[in-house]
Design a protein around this ligand. Structure first.
Ligand SMILES: [Zn+2]
Length: 201
């Protein structure tokens, strides 16, 4: 049986490989794990920095460290103050670049929990190496994609071209952890007003 090694349970000592093969306890919990009152924090340069709770954001605004740019009109904290949904720091801070870890959960998230060969979102999903590992395909964002079990088995030890199974989306490295998380929230119908601050993020 032409089972792709990508979906077999044994793991090697390779950390990324182990992360890609780890059993998937994290079911996609669309809309369940996200709190409604999160605030997008922008640097003084308007560059998105992180996501925080509305309470922390309020403290920063009240201390004069940040200004509110977008507010939730339904949540009034004081007669003159609505709960912010986007704030901007008054002083520029330098932030080191953080790389998004390559693991199953993040690959599925990047691919919207859809098989990139047939478009199916039905379980079980697996990680497919576009160029199979047995043929030297590396464990990198650009070479891993989400595949349903049926497509993974059908593709077997072939490239998409050889298998006649074109990818719906070329796999890419996500731009940043922040834009990843922010887009997940917007995908859940939350914080649509963040969109204009995330262009290019
Ligand atoms: Zn499929």
């Amino acid at each position: 049986m032409a089972f792709d090694p990508d979906i077999s349970p044994q793991t090697s000592g390779h950390p990324v490989r182990a992360a890609l093969q780890a059993p998937s306890q994290e079911r996609p919990r669309r809309g369940m794990s996200v709190s409604v009152s999160q605030v997008l924090v922008l640097n003084a340069s308007y560059e998105p920095l992180n996501i925080t709770t509305w309470k922390r954001a309020m403290v920063m605004v009240l201390m004069g460290k940040a200004e509110g740019l977008e507010h939730d009109r339904r949540r009034q904290l004081r007669p003159d103050l609505h709960q912010p949904t986007v704030i901007r720091l008054r002083q520029f801070v330098r932030v080191p670049y953080r790389q998004m870890p390559l693991n199953r959960r993040n690959v599925f998230q990047r691919d919207n929990h859809l098989c990139q060969y047939c478009g199916s979102g039905s379980d079980p999903l697996s990680i497919d190496h576009v160029v199979p590992r047995s043929r030297g395909g590396p464990d990198v964002w650009e070479n891993v994609t989400t595949a349903c079990l049926a497509c993974n088995v059908r593709k077997g030890n072939r490239t998409p071209r050889e298998a006649g199974m074109p990818l719906r989306q070329e796999p890419r490295r996500p731009l940043s952890t922040l834009s990843f998380e922010a887009r997940r929230r917007m995908g859940n119908g939350l914080n649509r007003e963040w969109e204009k601050y995330l262009i290019g993020a």
